[in-house]
Design a protein around this ligand. Structure first.
Ligand code: IMP
Ligand code: MG
Length: 175
Protein backbone atom coordinates (compact mmCIF):
# COMPACT_ATOMS: atom_id res chain seq x y z
CA UNK A 1 0.00 0.00 0.00
CA UNK A 2 1.35 3.38 -1.00
CA UNK A 3 0.58 6.57 0.93
CA UNK A 4 0.01 9.80 -0.93
CA UNK A 5 0.85 12.94 1.00
CA UNK A 6 -0.58 16.29 0.07
CA UNK A 7 0.94 19.47 1.44
CA UNK A 8 -1.13 21.34 3.99
CA UNK A 9 1.44 23.78 5.41
CA UNK A 10 4.61 24.52 3.45
CA UNK A 11 8.11 24.69 4.84
CA UNK A 12 8.28 28.47 4.49
CA UNK A 13 4.89 29.00 6.14
CA UNK A 14 6.04 26.86 9.06
CA UNK A 15 9.34 28.67 9.45
CA UNK A 16 7.78 32.13 9.25
CA UNK A 17 5.10 31.31 11.80
CA UNK A 18 7.60 29.74 14.20
CA UNK A 19 9.75 32.89 13.97
CA UNK A 20 6.69 34.92 14.94
CA UNK A 21 6.04 32.68 17.94
CA UNK A 22 9.69 33.00 18.97
CA UNK A 23 9.46 36.78 18.79
CA UNK A 24 6.28 36.74 20.87
CA UNK A 25 7.90 34.53 23.52
CA UNK A 26 11.00 36.76 23.56
CA UNK A 27 8.78 39.78 24.28
CA UNK A 28 6.70 38.01 26.92
CA UNK A 29 9.74 36.73 28.83
CA UNK A 30 11.95 39.80 28.56
CA UNK A 31 14.40 39.90 31.48
CA UNK A 32 13.68 36.27 32.37
CA UNK A 33 14.96 32.90 31.31
CA UNK A 34 12.87 29.94 30.23
CA UNK A 35 13.04 26.18 30.35
CA UNK A 36 11.68 24.65 27.16
CA UNK A 37 10.41 21.12 27.75
CA UNK A 38 10.11 19.34 24.43
CA UNK A 39 7.72 16.42 24.23
CA UNK A 40 9.43 13.61 22.33
CA UNK A 41 9.46 12.58 19.64
CA UNK A 42 7.08 14.72 17.63
CA UNK A 43 8.09 18.16 18.92
CA UNK A 44 11.84 18.00 18.21
CA UNK A 45 11.68 19.82 14.89
CA UNK A 46 9.44 22.52 16.38
CA UNK A 47 11.76 22.84 19.40
CA UNK A 48 14.89 23.42 17.33
CA UNK A 49 13.30 26.08 15.12
CA UNK A 50 11.49 27.77 17.99
CA UNK A 51 14.45 27.87 20.35
CA UNK A 52 16.62 29.46 17.67
CA UNK A 53 14.21 32.35 17.32
CA UNK A 54 13.98 33.08 21.05
CA UNK A 55 16.32 35.83 22.21
CA UNK A 56 16.02 35.46 26.01
CA UNK A 57 18.19 32.79 27.70
CA UNK A 58 16.74 29.29 27.25
CA UNK A 59 17.58 25.83 28.45
CA UNK A 60 16.11 22.77 26.79
CA UNK A 61 14.90 19.56 28.31
CA UNK A 62 12.93 16.55 27.09
CA UNK A 63 10.07 14.35 28.20
CA UNK A 64 8.49 11.38 26.53
CA UNK A 65 4.96 10.37 27.39
CA UNK A 66 2.56 7.87 25.99
CA UNK A 67 -1.11 7.52 26.48
CA UNK A 68 -2.46 4.15 27.48
CA UNK A 69 -4.36 2.34 24.78
CA UNK A 70 -3.53 2.17 21.12
CA UNK A 71 -4.63 3.45 17.78
CA UNK A 72 -5.03 7.03 16.70
CA UNK A 73 -7.16 8.20 19.65
CA UNK A 74 -5.56 9.01 22.99
CA UNK A 75 -7.07 8.36 26.40
CA UNK A 76 -7.01 10.32 29.64
CA UNK A 77 -4.12 8.44 31.28
CA UNK A 78 -0.54 9.15 30.41
CA UNK A 79 2.57 7.24 31.20
CA UNK A 80 5.88 9.08 31.58
CA UNK A 81 8.39 7.07 29.57
CA UNK A 82 11.18 9.59 30.06
CA UNK A 83 11.14 12.43 32.58
CA UNK A 84 12.82 15.83 32.26
CA UNK A 85 16.16 16.28 34.05
CA UNK A 86 16.22 19.89 35.21
CA UNK A 87 14.62 21.04 38.44
CA UNK A 88 11.77 23.33 37.36
CA UNK A 89 10.74 24.63 40.78
CA UNK A 90 10.55 28.43 40.64
CA UNK A 91 11.39 28.49 36.91
CA UNK A 92 9.47 29.67 33.88
CA UNK A 93 8.51 26.64 31.86
CA UNK A 94 7.15 26.36 28.33
CA UNK A 95 6.01 22.92 27.26
CA UNK A 96 6.70 22.45 23.55
CA UNK A 97 4.34 20.02 21.82
CA UNK A 98 3.70 19.04 18.21
CA UNK A 99 -0.09 18.87 18.18
CA UNK A 100 -3.02 19.17 20.57
CA UNK A 101 -5.76 16.87 19.35
CA UNK A 102 -8.30 15.76 21.98
CA UNK A 103 -6.25 17.58 24.63
CA UNK A 104 -6.05 14.58 26.98
CA UNK A 105 -2.26 14.25 26.85
CA UNK A 106 -1.50 17.89 27.55
CA UNK A 107 -4.16 18.31 30.23
CA UNK A 108 -2.63 15.42 32.17
CA UNK A 109 0.93 16.56 31.53
CA UNK A 110 0.38 20.19 32.57
CA UNK A 111 -1.19 18.93 35.81
CA UNK A 112 1.76 16.68 36.58
CA UNK A 113 4.32 19.44 35.86
CA UNK A 114 2.32 21.95 37.91
CA UNK A 115 2.97 19.81 41.00
CA UNK A 116 6.67 20.58 40.64
CA UNK A 117 5.91 24.24 41.44
CA UNK A 118 7.30 26.12 38.44
CA UNK A 119 7.08 29.94 38.68
CA UNK A 120 4.91 29.77 35.56
CA UNK A 121 3.97 27.18 32.98
CA UNK A 122 2.74 27.77 29.45
CA UNK A 123 2.12 25.66 26.40
CA UNK A 124 3.42 26.09 22.87
CA UNK A 125 1.92 23.77 20.26
CA UNK A 126 2.82 23.83 16.59
CA UNK A 127 -0.63 22.57 15.61
CA UNK A 128 -4.07 22.11 17.08
CA UNK A 129 -7.20 20.37 15.84
CA UNK A 130 -10.04 22.41 17.36
CA UNK A 131 -12.81 20.13 16.04
CA UNK A 132 -11.47 17.20 18.02
CA UNK A 133 -10.97 18.92 21.36
CA UNK A 134 -12.45 17.12 24.38
CA UNK A 135 -10.33 18.66 27.13
CA UNK A 136 -10.14 22.43 27.28
CA UNK A 137 -6.37 22.91 27.40
CA UNK A 138 -5.10 26.46 26.97
CA UNK A 139 -2.56 26.84 24.17
CA UNK A 140 -0.56 30.00 24.88
CA UNK A 141 1.47 29.90 21.66
CA UNK A 142 -0.21 28.10 18.78
CA UNK A 143 1.27 27.77 15.31
CA UNK A 144 -1.66 26.69 13.16
CA UNK A 145 -5.15 25.24 13.49
CA UNK A 146 -5.62 22.24 11.20
CA UNK A 147 -8.75 20.41 10.04
CA UNK A 148 -9.76 17.01 11.39
CA UNK A 149 -7.36 15.05 9.19
CA UNK A 150 -4.37 12.92 10.11
CA UNK A 151 -1.29 15.05 9.51
CA UNK A 152 2.39 14.14 9.24
CA UNK A 153 5.75 15.81 8.80
CA UNK A 154 7.89 18.32 10.69
CA UNK A 155 8.11 15.77 13.52
CA UNK A 156 4.66 14.21 13.28
CA UNK A 157 4.48 10.57 12.31
CA UNK A 158 2.18 7.97 10.89
CA UNK A 159 3.37 4.67 12.31
CA UNK A 160 6.80 6.29 12.98
CA UNK A 161 7.15 7.34 9.34
CA UNK A 162 7.33 10.81 7.73
CA UNK A 163 8.70 12.72 10.73
CA UNK A 164 11.50 14.08 8.53
CA UNK A 165 9.29 15.74 5.92
CA UNK A 166 10.09 19.47 6.02
CA UNK A 167 6.39 20.41 5.61
CA UNK A 168 3.04 19.34 7.12
CA UNK A 169 1.02 17.04 4.91
CA UNK A 170 -2.16 14.99 4.98
CA UNK A 171 -1.82 11.25 4.44
CA UNK A 172 -4.19 9.61 2.00
CA UNK A 173 -4.13 5.82 1.77
CA UNK A 174 -4.83 4.86 -1.78
CA UNK A 175 -3.73 1.27 -2.01
P1 IMP B 1 -4.28 14.24 22.35
O1 IMP B 1 -4.05 13.68 23.72
O2 IMP B 1 -5.49 13.64 21.70
O3 IMP B 1 -4.32 15.74 22.30
O4 IMP B 1 -3.15 13.66 21.43
C1 IMP B 1 -1.99 14.24 21.23
C2 IMP B 1 -0.99 13.31 20.58
O5 IMP B 1 -1.57 12.45 19.56
C3 IMP B 1 0.02 14.15 19.87
O6 IMP B 1 1.08 14.50 20.73
C4 IMP B 1 0.44 13.28 18.71
O7 IMP B 1 1.50 12.45 19.13
C5 IMP B 1 -0.76 12.42 18.41
N1 IMP B 1 -1.54 12.94 17.25
C6 IMP B 1 -2.77 13.49 17.28
N2 IMP B 1 -3.19 13.84 16.05
C7 IMP B 1 -2.18 13.52 15.22
C8 IMP B 1 -2.01 13.66 13.78
O8 IMP B 1 -2.86 14.16 13.02
N3 IMP B 1 -0.82 13.22 13.29
C9 IMP B 1 0.15 12.67 14.06
N4 IMP B 1 0.03 12.53 15.40
C10 IMP B 1 -1.13 12.95 15.97
MG1 MG C 1 3.10 14.00 20.73
Amino acid sequence: MKDTISTLISESELKNRIKELGAEISRDYEGKSVVLICILKGAVYFLTELSQSITVPVTIDFMQVSSYGSGMVSTGNIKIKRDHEENIEGRHVIVVEDIVDTGYTLTALMEVLGLEKPASIKLAALLEKPERRVKDVKIDYCGFSVPDKFVVGFGLDYDQKYRNLPYIGVVENDG
